[in-house]
Design a protein around this ligand. Structure first.
Ligand SMILES: Nc1ncnc2c1ncn2[C@@H]1O[C@H](COP(=O)(O)OP(=O)(O)OP(=O)(O)O)[C@@H](O)[C@H]1O
Ligand SMILES: [Mg+2]
Length: 271
């Protein structure tokens, strides 16, 4: 009789244990599904927000182009050569920013459908770094920021797409300039590590909080309160940079710079 009761108690305990396990597993699955659903909703909202944001971003340079060309057409006889030059420079700057935005949207759509391709040639990464840093040096000087380049001369020619790598550097350097205050420092380094090239863009600016480090490489991600309204971008630069580096078989990530600032690193295989 006792054995019978003990067996029943054991069986009940076992059933209870199984029920608890099933419940626990179901709850875990439900919470996972919920998280996935929340992620999808967030992504959908970002996409929805993106259209008005994009229209707004395109509208600003378009208004400048319209206003400046209108003034030129109506007042060209009364304007000084200097005034005409200023208006033409405004038209050029605004059309360049529109071209960048349109180019970014095209890149993103190609990446999203897996149709993004790189045009590999045999080049030296140090030459590309020299060219890009040379271009940004004058911009850094205007902002009172020092920009230095340290290259590893052991890096020989390798296979990569120079135009696309310039695009990545362009974004990393313009970000570093945007988020580093006056008097700050930007350092660009190339290193050969085994069969890889490591490129670092280090700044002494605001830095990236740990919670944001992975999010930044997603579409339209921007750190709240980190963006100066004057220099707002669309939040596509790092997403595109990641796509370009991964198309080369490399990786890109962000680390903290000590004592402050961010260090963006990308790798390229030495092929
Ligand atoms: N060096 C940096 N220091 C601090 N925050 C940064 C740095 N680089 C990027 N970020 C943060 O990451 C966000 C995303 O950068 P990303 O380059 O993708 O977009 P963006 O610069 O805002 O716009 P876009 O590059 O499309 O013109 C930035 O808006 C900023 O919040
Ligand atoms: Mg950017």
């Amino acid at each position: 009789m006792e054995t019978y009761i003990l067996t029943i108690i054991l069986a009940e305990t076992l059933i209870l244990f199984i029920i608890t396990l099933v419940l626990f597993y179901s709850l875990h699955k439900i919470s996972q599904l919920k998280k996935h659903e929340e992620g999808l909703i967030e992504e959908k909202n970002k996409q929805k927000d993106f259209v008005p944001m994009l229209v707004h971003e395109l509208r600003a340079p378009l208004s400048v182009i319209h206003g400046a060309s209108d003034l030129l057409l109506k007042e060209v006889r009364n304007l000084t050569a200097e005034q005409i030059e200023t208006l033409l420079s405004q038209i050029r700057a605004s059309s360049s920013s529109m071209l960048k935005m349109v180019g970014d949207i095209l890149d993103v759509s190609k990446m999203d459908i897996g149709k993004f391709e790189v045009n590999i040639t045999y080049s030296n990464i140090n030459n590309v770094l020299q060219e890009e840093c040379g271009y940004f040096q004058s911009l850094a000087k205007i902002k009172g920021i020092s920009l230095d380049l340290q290259v590893d001369n052991n890096i020989s020619n390798s296979s990569f797409d120079p135009e696309r790598i310039k695009q990545v550097l362009n974004n990393l350097l313009s970000n570093a300039l945007k988020f580093t205050p006056e008097g700050g420092r930007i350092l660009v380094l190339s290193k050969r590590i085994g069969q890889e090239i490591h490129i670092e863009v280090v700044d002494s600016g605001n830095g990236v909080p740990n919670s944001e480090k992975n999010l930044l490489f997603q579409k339209f991600s921007q750190i709240k309160g980190n963006n100066h309204s004057k220099e707002r971008g669309t939040g596509l630069g790092l997403y595109i940079s990641k796509g370009i580096i991964e198309a080369h078989g490399g990786h890109i990530w962000v680390e903290d710079n000590k004592p402050n600032g961010a260090k963006f690193v990308f790798t390229l295989p030495l092929l």
